[in-house]
Ligand binder design. Structure first.
Ligand SMILES: NC(=O)c1ccc[n+]([C@@H]2O[C@H](COP(=O)([O-])OP(=O)(O)OC[C@H]3O[C@@H](n4cnc5c(N)ncnc54)[C@H](OP(=O)(O)O)[C@@H]3O)[C@@H](O)[C@H]2O)c1
Length: 355
């Protein structure tokens, strides 16, 4: 299958290329970068030198997609990964669909169903609202049946992947209600902000430091509410606070729920174990084991654990993912597997690099 990666030199684009390097039956034929067009891919991404399939690849300008389709149709990708900045996919996705290819979009541009939400959370009007109804939210554990038919897959955000998987078993059983807001206290490594330099990502700012950011109004909030409310079949309330941790990769979520409104702890454990028994990329951890980001680094796993704080009457759900893998690139490749009718796990790394 011929694949294109738009934004190939960014963090998630290069992570997609890293996974595709090991995926059988994959031919990456187009890689783009506006800033580095004309350079050999492996000059820009030296860690990928030595992958035979990438030896001759040259970065191209994404403005040239129509020209490539016209002059070299046999090379034109069947599926594109859009690993670009927010808002860039609003214009790119319709172009790619019009050229007859499918798109797996890693931005937030097609995750929300309501165009009215974009000015509120992303501070911009949507440029292609007609595609919002068609786009399928690419969280396989929730939308496995719809993804194979999709032309446009909206790959979930990193924090939402972790939070939604942590709460889905409760939401779909009607155990989350609008009267008790869910508190989601989340932390991310610095790579979550991408490769473009911003002051908060400087070593001198991020290292030996720890702080919350976007304490209210983070753009991932409506995505969590949308998907969990769909599962619950009623509007839910959720308060999400992200924090920046001085590490490269990884997301941890600690979620607080009023245990007195829920069934007994062992019943809830049973619910999670049953819900995820046949999900190969969600691991419900044994009682007492605290999930660690190092256990999922570079993998598509989401590790989830449940703890009952009896004295306080609080159920704590602790979960981890790798933001660049399950939160972006490996989940995107799982979606490629689904849209191309392959086994969901084709080419997906299983063993974390630890330490
Ligand atoms: N980092 C994460 O953990 C993570 C997780 C989940 C989702 N995401 C989302 O995935 C997307 C990519 O994130 P990232 O971390 O890979 O960002 P990044 O490191 O900044 O890379 C983005 C790449 O996209 C290219 N690009 C930017 N604007 C473009 C445009 N208008 N047209 C074509 N190419 C454009 C840039 O390369 P050129 O300027 O050279 O073209 C850049 O290398 C973002 O929307 C992000 O929110 C990121």
């Amino acid at each position: 299958m011929r694949i294109g990666v738009i934004g190939a030199t960014g963090y998630t684009g290069s992570a997609v290329l890293g996974i595709l390097a090991q995926r059988p039956g994959t031919e990456v034929t187009v890689v783009t970068s506006r800033g580095e067009a004309g350079r050999a891919l492996t000059d820009s991404l030296p860690h990928l030198a030595g992958v035979p399939a990438y030896a001759g690849l040259v970065l191209e300008d994404p403005a040239d997609l129509e020209k490539i389709r016209e002059t070299d149709p046999g090379r034109f990708p069947e599926v594109f990964f859009l690993a670009v900045s927010h808002r860039a996919s609003m214009a790119l996705a319709p172009r790619i669909l019009a050229l007859g290819a499918k798109a797996i979009d890693l931005t937030g541009d097609f995750r929300l169903k309501s165009a009215a939400q974009y000015p509120v959370w992303y501070k911009a009007e949507h440029e292609s609202p007609e595609l919002l109804a068609e786009a399928v939210y690419g969280l396989p554990e929730l939308h496995r049946a719809e993804i194979p038919r999709a032309r446009l897959v909206a790959n979930p955000g990193c924090y939402p992947t972790c939070v939604i998987l942590s709460l889905a078993p409760l939401a779909e059983k009607g155990l989350l209600g609008p009267d008790s807001p869910v508190i989601c206290d989340c932390k991310s490594g610095v790579s979550g902000a991408g490769k473009s330099p911003v002051p908060s990502s400087l070593f001198s700012e991020a290292s030996d430091n720890f702080h919350a950011y976007k304490v209210t109004g983070h753009a991932h909030t409506p995505e969590m509410i949308q998907e969990l409310s769909l599962l619950a079949r009623r509007p839910l309330r959720l308060s999400f606070t992200p924090h920046l941790v001085p590490m490269n990769r990884g997301i941890e979520a600690t979620i607080y729920l009023d245990a007195e409104r829920l069934p007994p702890y062992q019943e809830i454990r049973g619910l999670y174990e049953l819900r995820y028994a046949s999900e190969r990329f969600v691991r419900v951890r044994p009682e007492g084991r605290v999930p660690e980001t190092a256990d999922v680094r570079g993998t598509n796993f989401c590790d989830v654990a449940l703890f009952l704080d009896e004295g306080a009457g609080i159920l704590k759900i602790v979960s981890v993912i790798d933001n660049l893998a399950r939160g972006a690139a490996s989940q995107a490749v799982v979606n490629l597997n689904l849209v191309s009718g392959e086994d969901e796990g084709l080419g997906i790394p299983l063993a974390a690099l630890r330490p």
